[in-house]
Design a protein. Sequence first.
Length: 261
Amino acid sequence: MEQDEKTGSDTVTGAPCWVTLLSRELSTAQAFYSDVLGWTYRDTSLGDNFCVALTNGSPVAGIGGVASSLQVAAAWTPYFAVSDVDAAAARIRERGATVAVGPLAFHTGRAALATDPDGAAFGIWEGAVRSDWTVGQGSAPAWLELRTRDAAGATRFYDEVLGWSGDARSALSPAYEDGNAVLRQHGHMVARISEGAVPASADPQVRPRWHVYFRVQDVGASVAAAVAAGGGLVSPATEGEQERDATLRDPDGALFTVTPA
């Protein structure tokens, strides 16, 4: 969120506006995602341990090599735009969830990192956002998925915190489709909330979490590159004879899914 077209977070209230990876070592993460997703990188003003990942020259995500210093697990985390980060943080706490970090000031805005009532991590951002970064379009991820214990309860929590249906400035609308809660922005899906996660599980695959889907030209090639680069194939999904998606683990354990472009 550092250059090119920008707008204010209050113009896209409630929408996912960025994704970040907290990794243990920046250079290792850069090499892995370059091999698997074809990303290149540019430096940021946040220091040597942070960079912006680019696909075809356009920003797609942020990566920070700080998981070890923060004593947190390596993971992908989405950030959602809010008009007032302090008010949003208060709403999070009022609903029994946790604001773990912040709000903190950055040169283009203010952010906080939180966990929802089931323990899934997410961020909130007030300030400048990229107007050319929209989930499901361009360089942004294909979509996000919240895997949670109770889809209805989670949808209610995020709706109340982020104003998906109650803020006149929000362009988002949650609805239920095929048993899942689906969030749409200007008609296209940006996030899905699905049930089945187990909060007390020791397995990170089934604990409540936000999960990121990235588009690739060749799912099989990305899987092979991930394994060769020190990651792993967690769960392939197939439809008949045609491979559709594959969930991968990077060398630090962060999970993500590749889906056909």
